[in-house]
Design a protein around this ligand. Structure first.
Ligand code: ZN
Length: 247
């Protein structure tokens, strides 16, 4: 069994027909998960921990100390080419596909690559191709459109869609922005005529910004929280559709 730090990573491992346990607690997002006894215990039972790395999972150094080398921590970021400049790698289809390939390589090293996994990889490649088609189609409507987000995790995807990002209204997860910073962001957004405000859930910040800018507020999943009801491929397809429907 592998242990995955994030819901989306667990989805990839599962899509490849490999056994996986999720370390990320149900209600925690990708960045602010604290290290818990449950995380350490689950990781100790795993053959390896699969993580993004690069500081995305803040607790990783503490987890490494707690594991004392008993379970290796494998970070995808070390294997992605070119090196990503944004840690939300699951929102870039190229990096997502490379990540799945790397998981397969690890499975092969661990002697877990069988017929079921090879067939699963063929199915997974098909799902990636479908998402690539969805991106290409959405690009026709979204190209050139600017947006501002409460937390801009979307850039790896929106770049592919030809969209322009004005960054985050709330760069710090923990604290709301100062009124001054908020006003400045709105002024910038007005200047370039943003087409939409993106937020992962209905936050007062996003709602206010959309109202003042008179543009649609789009509930756009960052895929940072685990969702036991939908997998990575379904969630990404829904995100692309949500952006497309906003214009
Ligand atoms: Zn994020």
């Amino acid at each position: 069994m592998y242990a995955a730090t994030l819901g989306v990573l667990a989805d990839w491992v599962r899509a490849l027909e490999l056994p996986v346990a999720l370390l990320q607690p149900r209600s925690a997002d990708a960045h602010e998960t604290p290290l818990t006894v449950r995380i350490v215990r689950t990781a100790l039972q795993a053959r390896a921990v699969i993580a993004v790395g690069g500081g995305l999972e803040g607790y990783l150094p503490a987890l490494r100390r707690a594991l004392q080398g008993k379970t290796p921590i494998r970070t995808l970021l070390d294997h992605l080419r070119p090196t990503p400049d944004d840690l939300h790698i699951w929102l870039d289809l190229g990096y997502a596909r490379q990540s799945c390939e790397q998981i397969l390589r690890w499975a092969a090293q661990d002697g877990l690559l069988g017929i079921a996994q090879r067939q699963a990889w063929r199915r997974t490649q098909l799902l990636f191709r479908q998402l690539e088609v969805a991106v290409r189609e959405a690009r026709r409507t979204l190209q050139g459109k600017a947006y501002i987000a409460v937390h801009d995790a979307y850039r790896p995807l929106t770049q592919r869609l030809g969209m322009r990002s004005l960054g985050s209204l709330q760069p710090d997860h923990e604290r709301p922005p100062s009124l001054h910073a908020f006003r400045r962001a709105l002024a910038r957004a007005r200047q370039v005529r943003v087409a939409m405000v993106l937020c992962a859930d209905e936050s007062p910040l996003g709602t206010t910004a959309a109202r003042l800018l008179r543009v649609p507020l789009v509930l756009a999943d960052t895929l940072e929280m685990p969702d036991p009801t939908r997998d990575y491929f379904t969630r990404l397809a829904r995100l692309i559709a949500a952006l497309r429907q906003a214009v």
